[in-house]
Design a protein around this ligand. Structure first.
Ligand SMILES: [Zn+2]
Length: 199
């Protein structure tokens, strides 16, 4: 009786499923379709992103790594100035990878902050970008252009799930006291770049 359900699905020259596998076959009818839908969504995103970027005005900030990296940890605005949170985004990198200026500006700081090697650049419009941990190749006071190599990525950023992560921050406001989400300035939705990390 149950076998009738599969009468139309048996491939030519194929065999009927073993009765014992009847229950296990039903979920498979949705599995591949769901995977196909997901794949289609990802492909759509992959092709839609460059298409919309073409001809669009230049983003306020460019990515500090090339090619565009995976985001391993997103911005998490702290509730209070000293509260918990994540004051930037972590970008997957290789140790020694070049760190690029997100926009033209002046290197305002290159040195240690609490034992962490940090580099900061001030840009027009009251924007400051920070990069860490970075081995700086440019000194404070240096004028840099957009995309200029500022230094190289070092391993060791806390919570980094890959070989090295560049922690990229954006500060705005009076005295650059406020932290903003860097991805909001790149003109791209960072979620599309998120990749699952298993460990
Ligand atoms: Zn971080």
């Amino acid at each position: 009786m149950v076998v009738h359900r599969f009468a139309g699905r048996v491939p030519r020259g194929g065999t009927l499923p073993h009765p014992g596998s009847v229950t296990s076959i039903l979920p498979h009818r949705t599995g591949p379709l769901r995977r196909l839908t997901l794949l289609f969504a990802l492909v759509t995103v992959a092709f839609a992103a460059p298409a919309t970027a073409r001809g669009a005005p230049q983003a306020r900030l460019s990515w500090p790594l090339s090619p565009i990296p995976a985001v391993t940890r997103y911005f998490d605005a702290p509730d209070t100035p000293y509260g918990r949170g994540h004051r930037g985004v972590d970008l997957a990198a290789a140790p020694g990878q070049q760190v690029l200026a997100a926009d033209a500006g002046v290197v305002i700081f290159a040195g240690q902050v609490g034992g962490r090697p940090v580099l900061s650049v001030d840009h027009d419009g009251g924007l400051r970008t920070t990069y860490e941990p970075v081995a700086a190749l440019v000194p404070a006071g240096e004028q840099v252009y957009r995309g200029q190599v500022l230094g190289t990525v070092l391993a060791g950023h806390p919570g980094c799930p890959v070989a090295a992560c560049l922690h990229w921050g954006v500060r705005v406001g009076v005295g650059f006291a406020e932290y903003a989400d860097p991805l909001a300035f790149t003109g791209e939705a960072g979620e599309f770049r998120l990749k699952p990390w298993d460990g």
